[in-house]
Design a protein around this ligand. Sequence first.
Ligand code: SAH
Length: 206
Amino acid sequence: MLALLRRHVTDERVIEAMAAVPRERFVLPEWHDRAYDDSALPIGGGQTISQPLIVALMLDAARITPTDRVLEVGTGSGYQAAVLSVLAREVVTVERIATLRARAEVVLRELGYTNVIVMQASDVLGWPEAAPYDVIIVAAGAPHIPRPLLDQLAPGGRLVVPVGDRRGQELMRATRTAHGIEIARLGACAFVPLIGKEAWETEAPP
Ligand code: SAH
């Protein structure tokens, strides 16, 4: 897994952080032997732990520094939150499925990632109470760049989000600059849908 990441990722801190986090602790027991394959795996509730290469590309694109405060939307297994906890000062992660939120919280606590707070998602995308954030990473696909998340971005902040339809998206980075929002397109990806008022209204197409 690390050899693959090294071919695509420029930020050495991302590689080191992913080398330090035991991914097998975040996958279901039946998938243990595939924990370091470069693939998304089911984690229950119809959701998946993201593919490692895509996690690495998102974190690379976000240019995270050790003093950054980070918001992750879509805790899922908690794996990416653990990697973020190594890279940043503080991580707030939100999840809408209560059973996933609870399990991620236990694993993160057992592994000693103390600078991560796991919150239950509300009707509002993200977690405005603790905004603004230097980095926002969205681990689910949105139909467009969600306005409420741009509003939670600090000056100079980076929002990394998959944007597209339900089956496939393009990874995008929106940076809040002195002149407005700057968009970079980072390539194709496929995520489970981001659910909410400013995203997809339902999990499956109506
Ligand atoms: N980062 C995760 C992968 C998450 S999969 C990991 O490392 O394992 C995407 C997750 O986003 C799913 O668990 C899904 O329930 C959650 N999700 C979807 N819409 C959401 C929303 N509006 N707020 C919070 N979580 C959301």
